[in-house]
Design a binder for this molecule. Sequence first.
Ligand code: NAD
Length: 260
Amino acid sequence: MLDSCENGLHGQDVLTLRGWLDHAGRAVFFGGAGVSTESGIPDFRSSTGLYRTASGVGYPAETVVSHDFFWEHPEDFWKFYMTRMVFPDARPNACHRKLAELARQGRLAAIVTQNIDGLHQKAGSDPGSVLELHGAVARNSCTNRACGARYTLAEVVALYRAGEEGRRAPRCPVCGAPIKPDVVLYGEALDESVMLRAAAAIEQADVVVVAGTSLAVWPAAGLLGYYRGSRLAVVNLSATPADPSADLVIHEKLGEVFSW
Ligand code: NAD
């Protein structure tokens, strides 16, 4: 039976999680879009998520964020991307900050994230230990391999805004080819070296915390199969496929759970 505490959380479970992390030596945090909803960035599958709200371009969001759509409907892709997926002013929340603190204390070996928002690095986490499975909005590349020019988010935003209404898909100022964000769209492969590092970190982890993810996106979700330990925690508002095999399950808001 779960205990309750003053703030309404399942107090004993949060204390257990805190104890695991405070005594961990190589914990891994495996997170998804739910880690950043309290920073004002919508996730995909919650009731207010991008899959449940109008995309603004006449196609379902899950269709828009695909490799084929990027090439076939560049203007619609960029309109959706810039208005629904890029949040340059978002700030880290309590969860991002607590993870950076745990890493500084030597408790956390890696943050494996499906997020593309860069908020873990903004919170102070070492970029080398944040494994971005699906890329990052901060990085953008010219799609002409012979050119290969790289652009920051600010540069791409400026190029997008400089375009005429209806023709804003950013093009490389060097060679004129389309620019693409370094984010993994449906139909694209994940970076193999990032996947291997994430699998190794999870395999060697003493504690794994799965948080803010529906675990609906593969192959990212399959990485949890590498865990060999007995301290697997799930912290997520709704139930996940990992709940039945987890050693601890907390269905609460991350910002509240990670606020010790
Ligand atoms: P998802 O939308 O499928 O699932 C999010 C989960 O987080 C849900 O189960 C929800 O109940 C939970 N959640 C939401 N807010 C929470 C909170 N405050 N505390 C605890 N739990 C909370 O997200 P996913 O599994 O990450 O898969 C979606 C894909 O979309 C990923 O590949 C990700 O790269 C991408 N995405 C990223 C961002 C971002 O970078 N912030 C935002 C939207 C989508």
